[in-house]
Ligand binder design. Structure first.
Ligand SMILES: NC(=O)c1ccc[n+]([C@@H]2O[C@H](COP(=O)([O-])OP(=O)(O)OC[C@H]3O[C@@H](n4cnc5c(N)ncnc54)[C@H](OP(=O)(O)O)[C@@H]3O)[C@@H](O)[C@H]2O)c1
Length: 260
């Protein structure tokens, strides 16, 4: 069994890679930092005795995403984990346009391209798993984190729609979206924010995600807080949830300013 994990050089993706290796999967690990990937490859091979290949790819480039698929499509990949992603924090009129276009490329376009290309193969074989790492941000609008929340809404809705199509065609291919709340990773540092609630452990999130994926759950929400958050998001009017998310993000901002 072979799995491809994007964004495997740190955080949730790295832990998903370790958890897959513990289950006996061979791995293809993708990210930009090649040296980091190589160190992880050797550690995983030493610990778990599986085969690991690494591919340095900048997923912000749509052509590189297509190239990645071409490079690996000769192998029989059983699991695709679209995990790579990042956030851009701040009021929309103040954030950097180029960083947001990069975000759209990585969080939306790369997920879109790889899902489409691999799904065709998986459907033809009538087997395979696609796990898209979205976020609980995908259930809300996100003042001060607007493009990030919007990108994760795209991933959640795309995943749900494809799941429905697969169900209608009686396909055995799985697609699901992992939707955690805050997780302790490099995410906050890259986005320039500090979580105002303590983040979940990334190993726990990875293990939970794989367990639920193998059980066939479509929307995977680790932890009680965000399960409640999702229900609240369905019941409460948008004006209230947007205000609550905005307040939550502002507290992050203030905390980050105090630390700086
Ligand atoms: N941490 C949270 O609170 C949280 C909560 C919900 C969802 N998520 C989602 O979880 C996913 C993983 O994030 P994380 O928290 O684990 O953050 P992280 O530790 O910063 O990891 C992000 C990963 O994405 C890769 N990446 C970023 N830009 C890339 C690009 N242009 N090309 C290729 N790879 C790229 C990074 O690798 P390189 O830098 O080596 O390229 C890294 O491996 C993201 O989709 C994020 O939105 C995170």
């Amino acid at each position: 069994m072979l799995a491809l994990v994007t964004g495997a050089s740190s955080g949730i993706g790295k832990e998903i890679a370790y958890s897959l290796a513990e289950r006996g999967f061979d791995l293809i690990l993708v990210a930009r930092r090649l040296e980091v990937l190589i160190a992880i490859k050797h550690d995983i091979m030493g610990r778990h005795g599986v085969n690991v290949a690494v591919v340095k790819t900048d997923l912000a480039d749509p052509e590189a995403c297509k190239e990645l698929y071409k490079k690996v499509s000769r192998f029989k990949i059983n699991v695709l984990v679209n995990n790579a992603g990042f956030g851009v924090f701040g009021n929309f009129d103040e954030t950097d346009l180029d960083s947001e276009l990069e975000l759209i490329n990585v969080n939306i376009k790369a997920v879109h391209i790889l899902t489409k290309l691999f799904l065709k193969d998986f459907k033809a074989r009538n087997s395979g798993y696609i796990l898209n790492v979205a976020s609980s941000a995908g259930f809300f609008s996100g003042p001060m984190f607007s493009s990030y929340y919007a990108s994760k809404n795209y991933v959640v809705r795309l995943t749900q729609a494809i799941h429905e199509e697969l169900k209608n065609s009686k396909s055995r291919v799985y697609i699901g979206a992992l939707c955690p709340g805050p997780v302790k990773t490099d995410f906050g540092r890259r986005a320039g924010v500090v979580f105002s609630v303590s983040g979940m452990n990334s190993k726990y999130v990875a293990e939970y995600a794989l367990k639920k994926m193998l059980e066939g759950q479509v929307i995977i929400i680790p932890g009680i807080l965000m399960k409640v958050g999702k229900i609240a998001g369905k019941i409460l009017p948008e004006a209230i949830t947007a205000k609550a998310v905005g307040n939550f993000q502002r507290r992050r901002h203030e905390k980050a300013m105090r630390i700086e």
